[in-house]
Design a protein around this ligand. Structure first.
Ligand SMILES: NCc1[nH]cc(CCC(=O)O)c1CC(=O)O
Ligand SMILES: [Zn+2]
Ligand SMILES: [Zn+2]
Length: 331
């Protein structure tokens, strides 16, 4: 009779012993819910490309968040979506409009939900007429200096309104340093977390988001500032650079196709919280595949969360947050 020299099976024969194999298990505090705030105060518009997700007006926001907060929602990432005629211009003037949806939403959420951590995505693409994430030169290429100056100003405005974190997703060079300095000069650095989307890759997975946020570029694409999908080493350089510039958290995005980068980030930035963003394309992919009977939605989403944790993530941004708050209670 041949017997294997080593027997691993005995170590994970039961539910309990299987649970002991994890270095980390999912809890509600790990989840950050990305939400879209629009400028029509009464809107609660379903987003076609992101089933079960909404563009929410300021007057609907409290009622939208309340039940989730009661279930244990502890953090959100806000995206402003201006839809009004004439809301966009070449420099994204409305990004820090004090009467704009993002700033109003920050104030409302901070005053209504004391234990909710409110983060704001910082970018210009939702607010620029050309749809790019920075300010452009005459020839259509990025003006990096003007862009980071503008992004720093917008970040300070969000922090001043009460945002506990700002997350620049524009991928300009030097934005982390510029924003950190601006927060320091404004006396806000000590209470504002700077989340660097350090390793954000250009690619196909943001399609549904761009429909949701009405932020597709009017010409060209984002390949000159977001990272090439093949670029593991460039991602490592961007992560190291952003740590040196003063980031408080490192994010990788998209998630599922870039788990190796999550592991790279958690190795490189081992003393930092590591966030992973399960982006719109991943959300919709799972949703539609489950609908088509490929697999059970809850099972596959929980498995994808396990993958993020195994790769080293400590914070997960996902549109499945509302589902997960329920699923975690069922377990
Ligand atoms: N810069 C804006 C931004 N911030 C987050 C996402 C994508 C999020 C998602 O797909 O869920 C994007 C889109 C993009 O870069 O085109
Ligand atoms: Zn952008
Ligand atoms: Zn180019």
């Amino acid at each position: 009779m041949t017997q294997p020299k080593s027997v691993l099976h005995g170590g994970y024969h039961t539910n309990v012993s299987r649970s002991w194999q994890a270095e980390r298990t999912l809890n509600k505090e790990m989840l950050m819910y990305p939400i879209f705030i629009t400028d029509d105060p009464n809107a609660l518009d379903p987003i076609n490309s992101l089933p079960d997700q909404y563009r929410i007006g300021i007057d609907r926001l409290k009622a939208f968040i309340e039940p989730l907060y009661r279930k244990g929602l502890r953090s959100v990432m806000l995206f402003g979506v201006p839809l009004a005629e004439g809301a966009k211009d070449p420099t994204g003037t409305n990004a820090d409009d004090p009467k704009g949806p993002t700033i109003l939403a920050v104030k409302l959420l901070r005053s209504e939900f004391p234990d909710l951590f409110v983060a704001c995505d910082v970018c210009l693409c939702e607010y620029t007429s050309h749809g790019h994430c920075g300010i452009l030169r005459e020839d259509g290429t990025l003006n990096n200096d003007l862009s980071i100056e503008r992004l720093a100003k917008v970040s300070v405005a969000y922090a001043e309104a009460g945002a506990q974190a700002v997350g620049p997703s524009d991928m300009m060079d030097g934005r982390i340093e510029a924003i950190k300095k601006a927060l320091q000069n404004a006396g806000l650095a000590h209470k504002t977390m700077l989340i660097s989307y350090a390793a954000k890759f250009a690619g196909t997975f943001y399609g549904p988001f761009r429909e949701a946020a009405n932020s597709a570029p009017a010409f060209g694409d984002r390949r000159c500032y977001q990272l090439p999908p093949n670029a593991r080493r460039l991602a490592r350089r961007a992560i190291t650079r952003d740590m040196e510039e003063g980031a408080d958290m490192i994010m990788v995005k998209p998630g599922t196709p870039y788990l190796d980068i999550v592991r790279e980030a958690s190795d490189l930035a081992k003393d930092y919280p590591i966030a992973v963003y399960q982006v719109s394309g991943e959300y919709s992919m799972f949703y539609h595949a489950a609908k088509a009977g490929v697999f059970d939605l809850k099972t596959v989403v929980l498995e994808s969360m396990t993958g993020f944790l195994r790769a080293g993530a400590t914070v997960i941004l996902t549109y499945y947050t509302p589902h997960l708050l329920d699923w975690l209670d069922e377990q």
